[in-house]
Design a protein around this ligand. Structure first.
Ligand code: FAD
Length: 281
């Protein structure tokens, strides 16, 4: 047997899933399965104990889909990376999500992996976190009594991406006036997981930057904002050398933490290039 014996629970909707998530002891959520199944197999091979209960969200169809209402994009947890990539609603500031989806692994993985899995799997290097923080997204959860709660994506990642309740969806404001640039650097030519990712989001008033959010993922810690850089950019105007000048205003700790010189260099290249893209208009 590839897996240790387990009980598979297949709730028919989000509320049933939220109840089981709370009630069951020693339970793991199964979304697309691209991380969980590998991890259950690996742990078994190592002789390590694995979860007794697996809660599959496959039949909870109310956890699937994306829609735009009143200027807010809702992406439900079980939407796959491919489904999000193909969604025609991704315009203006939301179009960056298409770029992110396109960069994630291969077609077979993108067809299975879900947005919910990417955001809540607690692997520090997955890429949607930085983008959701830069877009000021909110993450929504469902309690077993049916009560919904939400928190900014930034707070979720500050709390080490712990989903204490069932994650149901993420919401993002559609803002045709803001501009977003995204960069990621792959780890090696062969294994296409990101070494780092950066996402800059701002509102330009003429050439003046405002409401800027720069979120970075150094792959070691969870995605976070660079407030020092944001402060500098919010007092700046777009000029051809803005990207280069911005590099004197980084929060050093974010980039230096357990980073090689190469990674630090690539952060500078990526941030400069993302800022230049926005500054060029
Ligand atoms: C070979 C490979 C390459 C990859 N490359 C990239 C890459 O380049 N960039 C990138 O960003 N990602 C990458 N990924 C990650 C991928 O995008 C998926 O996000 C990730 O595999 C988990 O998604 P999943 O739906 O399969 O989750 P699963 O494996 O099913 O679940 C993982 C865990 O997420 C949590 N979870 C999932 N859904 C919920 C929920 N609704 N509520 C609460 N907790 C939940 C649970 O703890 C669960 O055990 C890669 C994955 C693989 C296997």
């Amino acid at each position: 047997m590839l897996l240790n014996p387990l009980t598979l629970h297949v709730p028919k909707n989000a509320l049933e899933a939220a109840r089981l998530f709370k009630e069951l002891e020693d339970v793991k959520v199964l979304a697309g399965g691209t991380f969980l199944l590998n991890s259950l197999k690996l742990l078994k091979t190592k002789g390590t104990k694995t979860a007794k209960n697996v809660l599959s969200l496959a039949k909870a169809t109310d956890l699937k889909g994306a829609s735009l209402n009143g200027g807010v994009l809702t992406i439900k947890a079980m939407t796959t990376i491919t489904e999000l990539f193909e969604n025609p609603l991704l315009a203006d500031n939301l179009a960056v999500l298409r770029t992110v989806c396109r960069n994630i692994s291969t077609n077979p993985i993108r067809n299975m992996a879900t947005v919910g899995g990417n955001l809540t799997c607690r692997y520090t290097w997955t890429e949607m976190g930085a983008v959701m923080i830069a877009l000021d997204a909110r993450m929504h959860f469902l309690a077993p009594d049916g009560k919904e709660s939400a928190m900014p994506a930034e707070d979720f990642f500050k709390n080490a991406a712990r989903a204490e309740q069932l994650f149901t969806h993420v919401t993002i404001n559609h803002d045709p006036k803001s501009t977003v640039a995204y960069r990621r650097v792959r780890k090696t030519m062969h294994v296409d997981v990101p070494l780092l990712a950066v996402c800059a989001h701002t509102t330009l008033s003429g050439k003046q930057w405002a409401n800027t959010r720069v979120a970075v993922n150094n792959g070691t810690a969870f995605a976070q904002r660079d407030y020092t850089l944001e402060k500098f950019l919010n007092t700046s105007r777009s000029t051809p050398d803005l990207g280069a000048r911005a590099l004197d205003h980084l929060t050093k700790d974010i980039y230096d933490t357990r980073s090689s010189e190469y990674k630090q260099h690539m952060f500078r290249v990526s941030l400069k290039s993302a800022i230049e893209e926005i500054a060029k208009g």
